[in-house]
Every structure is written in C-alpha cells, then in structure tokens.
Design a protein around this ligand. Sequence first.
Ligand code: PLP
Length: 424
Amino acid sequence: MTVAPRFQHRNGTLHAEDVSLTDLAKEHGTPLYVYSRAALHDAWEGYARALQGRKSLVCFGMKANSNLAVLSEFSRLGAGFDIVSGGELARVLAAGGDPGKVVFSGVGKQAWEMQAALDAGVKCFNVESEPELERLSEVASTRGRRARISLRVNPDVDARTHPYISTGLKENKFGIPIEAAPEVYRRATRLPGIEIVGVDCHIGSQITEESPYLDALDKLILLITNLKAEGIELQHLDLGGGIGIRYTDETLIEPVTLFNQVFERLKNAGLGHLELVLEPGRSLVGNAGVLLTEVQYLKHSDAKNFAIVDAAMNDLLRPTLYDAWHGVEPVVPRPVTSATLSYDVVGPICESGDWLAKDRRLELHPGDVLAIMSAGAYAFTMSSQYNSRPRPAEIMVDGTRSHVVRQRETIESLFDLETVLPQT
Ligand SMILES: *Cc1c(COP(=O)(O)O)cnc(C)c1O
C-alpha cells in the first residue's frame, strides 16, 4: 500500500507496468483513466497476507471504483463486495461476482433494492436505522423469506480524517448510536422477516491511524458480549473500510499490525469464533490508477500561473470536493530550472472550484501530458458530464498489453435520453 510502484518512469517516460503512457494518450486521447491490473493484485495481496489463516471476508467497497473489469479481477481473487445500491448489485452480478459474499450498506435502501438483494441471496444487509429494519422485515416476510442482517452501529469515534469522509461520529447520518443498538437488536429478534447474523461499523475513510479502529472494536466487543448474555449470538463482525493510502507523504496503517491486534482482542474477549468482515475501497484501488490529461494553455498573471488542461472537476472531483491532494507527474518530464514556475493545474469548466492541483513547480509546455496520480478511487465513479463533457475512457494495463474497459462517451450519448417538447 505504498505509492504505486506499477507506475514508473522508464527511459524518461512514465509507464503503467510495461506500457508507455505517452502511447496510451496518443492511441486513446485524453483525458484518460489508466489502471494497472498488477497494482490491483498487489493491493489485494496486502489484505490476503494480513488475513491468512483467519476466518475473514474482504468485501471490496465498490463505490470507490465500480468498473466491471475491476470487479471481475477482485471476484476472481475471492473478494466479496460492499454495495450501496441496487445498481451496484447489478454490476456485481454482471461482473460474475458471488452474491453470497455481498454485504449491502447504505442509509436509504429502497424496497426494490431490498427485493433484488434478497433474490440474489446476499450475505447480509447492514441495517442503518429502525425504520429500515421494519421495511426490510416486511419486504422479506411477504415473500416468505428472512433477511440476514447486521446493525450498522455508530461507535462515536473520531477517525480524524476529512469531515466529509468521517462517518463514525454521533453527528453523522450513518448507523445506529451504539447505546441504542441493544434495543434495536431486541426488536429485530421479534420481527418475522429478520435473521440476526452480525454487527457492522464503518467509521470513515482515508484513516491513517490504528487507534480509531481499535477504539471502535472495543466498543463493539462490549456490545457483542452484552448481546450474547441476552442470548443474541452473532456470527460476524464487520469493521468496514477506511484504510488510507499514500497520496503524498501520509504514514500508513500496516494491515498485518492492525488485524493482528483485532484478532488478539477478539480472542481475549472469547470471540475468536467470529468471522471478520472488512469493506476496503480506496486502499484496494486508489493507487492502481492515474488520470492522463494534456496541457492546453499556459496562462500567466501577476498573481498566478495556470496550466489549463483538458481534464476537469467533472472527471476528478476530489480536489474540489475534499480539497484533496493528488500528485502530478509529467509523463515525459522536462528538467526543472531556476526559471521553472509554479502552476495551478486547472480544467476548462466554468467554476473557480475547477482545479486539480495547486502550486506545483513543473516545467511545462502546451501539449505535454500529465498524469494525475492516485486516481483509482473515487475518481471515475464520481465523474459527471457537467459542461456537457463526455466521460473519459478507462484502460486496464496488464503487463505489456492494454484493454479498453470502458469506452469514451460520445457527444451524442450526452443527450440520447432527452427530448424536446412537441411543437403545437
Ligand atoms: C465507502 C464505504 C466503504 C469503503 O471505504 P474506503 O474508505 O474506500 O475503504 C466501506 N463501507 C461503507 C459502508 C462505505 O460507505
């Protein structure tokens, strides 16, 4: 989980594995998302090694990157999936994923989504409120079924990450306050369409310290122990996702260290029989992708220098949304000299928030191709067509080969579904 070694300069040109990014930009145009299959496998291996011999299931938090090629790779590696919508369930099935390894999270599940997930036979619904529990019981029992559930509890721990991606605090919309959970579990035992199987939490994203996980775990252990004393037995504990990646110089959680402590604490609490479920998203894909973009214009003013590129906030929203930092690497770097300027790398969209990087000292010429690094997670999946910009193509590199795993959208497709009013 270090900065993607699968993207490296060779003979002066940035490559994805054995494929030159200059060649890919020429062949497919820019902006262009490029993923490395080997980097996906590396990230998966990090979890597989840390969990070796343990009763565990890794469910890829697929909202980070839901391309079918990515899903099918993880599925073949044995992953389950953490889904948050009926659309994501359909993607899992289309990619050949095992619905028996799917957990269904999200605060606003609709009846049709519950039905589809029951029909598919998902492993577990992570229920986030009492009204959701009631609805799920009704949907399941009217079809003569019982839905397997965990309650997503909110352990009120501070993941110490960006407020938009912190989800385990009392004031967040997610989950059931942990103090209220026992009562909701009791209610669940009395509902005809519900089978209790676990407990779940997800405290945030881009977490770089172990302590919030361990604090949450201790609270969950207490809850599980109290439930057990009441005769409510759980089979699994889901600690969610959230492990951070290196965008710049972050110190990272070492999965082995974290999970060894988790299993140790479970064992000490007499809960060694529980299956550990995890929902990592970002840490499986974030550093497995880059966004290629071509410099269009260099614009200089007294206050600022701008590199105006052909990618924008509609392609990569994270800088605008979270003030996120992404590395910027010229695909064919030019030597930096004392005359080299610092640039804000910005897109063509009519918003001041349309920027990808700020104050980067780069030697640039129009026509240069830049790689926006660490763009494998919450990148394409958050893209839009704002300003009527077709979304980029997505490429998966595998050794010396590359595959188009999503075609560039066409201009016509932008208004395919629209009609003008009839003229009277
Ligand atoms: C987004 C999300 C994840 C994945 O989070 P990462 O920070 O990408 O690992 C896991 N579980 C739930 C419920 C989520 O909403």
